[in-house]
Design a protein around this ligand. Structure first.
Ligand code: ADP
Length: 669
């Protein structure tokens, strides 16, 4: 076994690999970009070496530099994690040439599976079933369109070198083909440096079922059962589970054996995943692709098999045989993984960036596991994937595991940026999901239930916010008094509200577009609060409470309740049962001064690059006309006209960088 390895990755997967290495007594070398100088993976490793600036090209993708660091630090092997260099043949070869083990398959296997098109051709000859489509070399736009026309719509265009759903476009009709092809090619070129695509029949009710395979250097190959990753948004996995519900033993064996055939066909070594698409309507399954690395969702397999897949990777890479034979592998219980992302489900899951001002994870146990690379105070930056953590749960059966998931999600608290936590909670509680209605259209079909429109804030939440504000004001006023007798702060005068026996105070909060007022009257040991409820009725509630360490414990109209409360910048976030309510306290007397310019300007939802400008000054546009395409976090975002009008000015050209909130163009009605 190795004494020391280099982990050529960041975030949760780097932490995950380091944890197993430590368990096995192996020393670790981390690498980091400037954005990650204080990251969790850097702190966990025995040594850490700087790579360069944040951009992956200048840091985590610097193969030569990483190899050089491995040599210098005496690492005997490199674990590439997923993404970055994990499926880079040249890097795998360079490691081997330098006498350093690459913890992954031989470069020939990466090459064979690296192109979705070439892999399909290979699998066809190995007798693995394929989705009907064109995966050849001819990339002529008219030719590809003719192929699609012949197949019948809808069709799917995929980047041949693709991954993570990037460069993938569904085309509904012949007239859309050309523009979708151009967009897919642009995304593919930007993300993978290769714009080759394939076109295949789009299945309308598929499940994504993938098989974990493992092979040792002696050629022994096993499958560690399947994962169902059907719950996806934008073709990216959000929730995975193992085993796949409803899969009978015969089919499980059949798919597992097909996956082993696929792995053997390319001389596979190490951990790999063979992805299949399962047609719910016909029960047929087809090979999609093989990922020649450890997958993000590997923990669900670990939970149901009781194995440590990183340990297996290390053993195999050091030349040991697979620890278990096929007949010794068993499924025990059921596991889910939810990917907690910094994103806004209500805005088509737009990635969010910002600071994790408050972060509290559910307690870990034999049932609950959290794999993460971040800590409170860390930034989710635009440079890397916006995943905050993976929440993994296990129990004896699917129903119980689902209960665990729903519960653990309510215990997960994040303040500072939008997350998909509420969305995941709705998903975990959705009766159709419990009833195993699984296919990749699930989120689209149940969108309204999963992404509820912002509901009116309830009276208790407003009362809690008022108590939190009053406690804060009192604390500030005390501090102020201690510091000086200078009483010029308009918000908390130094004579203090308590002492001022006029004994009432008006509090104003903004939540989204609505404003709420709470009138607080001081009472012995608490307050009487006047709050107008959602139906417009004025309610009077007796309320009292204490805050300590982010928790408020309160009694409101005789109801004892508690919540987490986090103050950040000029806002207040309350978290009750895993649900965030963010309020902005304001002073109505000053509000007029803050009225922002709400003109016809269109702003960038996040920092990015302008990849296309579709309009010019003077153009007349309809509501919904695509105006500009912005690329951010490797995804394209089309900026649409919010209303009909005339383009007054375009502020950016193709290729230019934009800041978040930057005005992009102006449209006059
Ligand atoms: P990537 O490598 O970018 O993740 P995949 O080829 O693995 O792309 O496909 C991602 C997802 O897209 C699949 O899990 C599935 O939901 C969907 N998908 C892929 N191929 C098809 C198809 N032919 N029909 C319908 N959905 C598909």
């Amino acid at each position: 076994m190795f004494n020391k390895i280099l982990v050529a990755n960041r975030g949760e997967i780097a932490c995950r690999v380091i944890a197993t290495a430590r368990k096995l007594g192996i020393k670790t070398v981390a690498v980091y970009s400037d954005a990650d100088a204080n990251a969790r993976h850097v702190k966990l490793a025995d040594e850490a070496i700087r790579l360069g600036p944040p951009a992956p090209r200048e840091s985590y993708l610097k193969a030569d530099l990483i190899l050089d660091i491995a040599r210098r630090t005496g690492a005997q092997a490199v674990h590439p994690g997923y993404g970055f260099l994990s499926e880079n043949e040249a890097f795998a070869d360079a490691c081997v040439a330098a006498g350093i083990a690459f913890i992954g398959p031989p470069s020939s296997a990466i090459a064979a599976m690296g192109s979705k098109s070439a892999a399909k051709t290979l699998m066809e000859s190995a007798g693995v079933p394929l989705v009907p489509g064109y995966h050849g070399d001819n990339q002529d736009a008219d030719f590809l369109k003719a192929q699609a026309d012949a197949m019948g719509y809808p069709v799917l265009i995929k980047a041949s070198a693709g991954g993570g759903g990037k460069g993938m476009k569904i085309v509904e009709s012949s007239s859309d083909f050309a523009s979708q092809l151009a967009s897919a090619k642009r995304e593919a070129a930007a993300s993978f440096g290769d714009d080759k695509v394939l076109v295949e029949k789009y299945l309308t009710k598929p499940r994504h079922i993938e098989i974990q395979v493992f092979a040792d250097q002696m050629g022994e190959t096993v499958y560690l059962f399947e994962r169902d990753c059907s719950v996806q948004r934008r073709h990216q996995k959000v929730l995975e589970e193992a085993p796949a519900p409803g899969l009978d033993e015969a089919t499980r064996k059949q798919i597992g054996e097909a996956a082993v055939r696929a792995a053997k066909a390319v001389g596979y070594v190490g951990a790999g995943t063979v992805e299949f698409i399962f047609d719910v309507l016909t029960g047929a399954f087809y090979f999609m692709e093989m990922n020649t690395r450890l997958q993000v969702e590997h923990p669900v397999t670990e939970m149901i098999t009781g194995l440590d897949l990183v340990e297996w990777q290390l053993r195999v890479a050091s030349g040991e045989p697979l620890p278990l034979k096929q007949h010794e592998l068993r499924i025990h219980g059921h596991a889910f993984e939810a990917r907690v992302y910094a994103e806004d489900p209500a805005r088509d899951f737009l990635p969010q960036i910002g600071s994790l001002i408050h972060l509290q994870q559910p307690a870990e146990s034999r049932h609950v596991r959290v794999d993460t690379g971040v800590e409170a105070g860390d930034e989710i930056s635009p440079w890397y994937d916006p995943m905050i953590a993976k929440l993994i749960v296990w129990d004896e059966n699917r129903d119980r595991a689902l209960d665990r998931l729903a519960q653990a999600l309510t215990e997960y608290e994040v303040v500072g940026l939008n997350t998909n936590l509420d969305f995941l909670g709705e998903l975990a509680r959705h009766p159709a999901f419990r009833a195993q209605e699984l296919d990749t259209g699930f989120i689209g079909r149940h969108r309204d239930a999963l992404i509820p429109a912002a509901s009116a804030v309830d009276t208790e939440t407003l009362a809690l916010a008022a108590l939190a504000e009053l406690a804060y004001a009192e604390q500030q006023s005390t501090l102020q008094r201690q510091r000086s007798n200078d009483a010029d702060s308009p918000w908390w005068s130094s004579d203090g509200w308590r002492l001022n026996q006029d004994n009432r105070h008006a509090l104003h909060f903004r939540i989204g577009d609505t404003e709420h007022a709470v009138m607080a009257h001081y009472r012995e040991g608490g307050y009487s609060l006047e709050i107008t409820d959602a139906s417009g009725t004025l309610q009077t509630l007796d309320a009292s409470g204490q805050i300590s360490h982010h928790r408020i414990n309160a009694t409101i109209a005789g109801h004892r309740l508690s919540a987490s409360v986090v103050r950040h910048a000029d806002q207040l976030t309350l978290i009750r049962d895993g649900r965030n309510t963010t309020l902005t306290p304001f002073n109505p007397l000053l509000a007029g001064l803050e009225a922002a310019d709400q003109g016809g300007g269109l702003t960038a939802p996040m920092p990015g690059t302008v990849v296309a400008v579709h309009v010019a000054t003077g153009d007349v546009v309809e509501k919904g006309t695509p105006l500009m395409i912005l690329e951010a976090m490797k995804m394209e975002h089309t900026i649409l006209a919010p209303h009909a009008g005339k383009v007054a000015e375009v502020f950016f050209k193709q290729g230019e960088q934009v800041r978040e909130g930057a005005a992009l163009l102006e449209i006059t009605a």
